[in-house]
Ligand binder design. Structure first.
Ligand code: F42
Length: 144
């Protein structure tokens, strides 16, 4: 078993702890917004360690859309590089846990469709894209 390395950010690490220790019944929303969050578990591309990242829940049928917004920061979140290197993830959505495979969606019409779904689920994504010159990465997670 690989080692689990928690996020260095307190609020992120605490959300993961609460979400996972409750079996997905507590800590499942983003603070004051009340909007649902999923936990993505994957491998670090340098350490090989297990990483856990809360992201907004954006669903497209049975699939999940993962948006590397990081609040519109100038750089991609590091988990983007992990997913580019290793596409195998586990997604916890409240009490359900799925083995999934992700692919980055770069094709314009498909990305545009998924981006609209993401903004409908979490409107700040639009503001985050306007804040940064990087094109925010979008991944689609599909059941294995
Ligand atoms: N972030 C988003 O980008 N999108 C969202 O929709 C989103 C929603 C959300 C909801 C709730 C919540 O609590 C957090 C939310 N976040 C969202 C923030 C998200 O959880 C991440 O914290 C954020 O995207 C930053 O991701 P990050 O991967 O850059 O995390 C940093 C803080 C981090 O953990 N860095 C580690 C470190 O030690 O500095 C590195 C972790 C890592 O994966 N290392 C790799 C390894 O090999 O282990 C090496 C990676 C490399 O290539 O260098």
């Amino acid at each position: 078993m690989a080692e689990y390395i928690p996020s260095p950010r307190d609020w992120v690490r605490e959300q993961v702890e609460l979400y996972e220790s409750s079996g997905g019944t507590d800590g499942t929303t983003l603070r004051e917004t009340g909007l649902p969050v999923v936990i993505v578990t994957n491998r670090g591309n340098k350490t090989g360690a297990i990483r856990k990242t809360p992201l907004m829940r954006v669903k497209d049928g049975d699939n999940y859309v993962l948006v590397g917004s990081q609040g519109g920061a100038p750089r991609n979140p590091v988990w983007v590089y992990n997913l580019r290197a290793d596409s195998g993830v586990e997604i916890r959505d409240e009490t359900d846990v799925y083995s999934m495979r992700v692919r980055e969606v770069e094709d314009d019409p498909e990305r545009a469709r998924l981006w609209d779904i993401a903004v409908a689920a979490f409107s700040p994504y639009e503001e985050y894209q306007n804040k940064t010159t990087r094109k925010i990465p979008v991944f689609l997670a599909e059941p294995v």
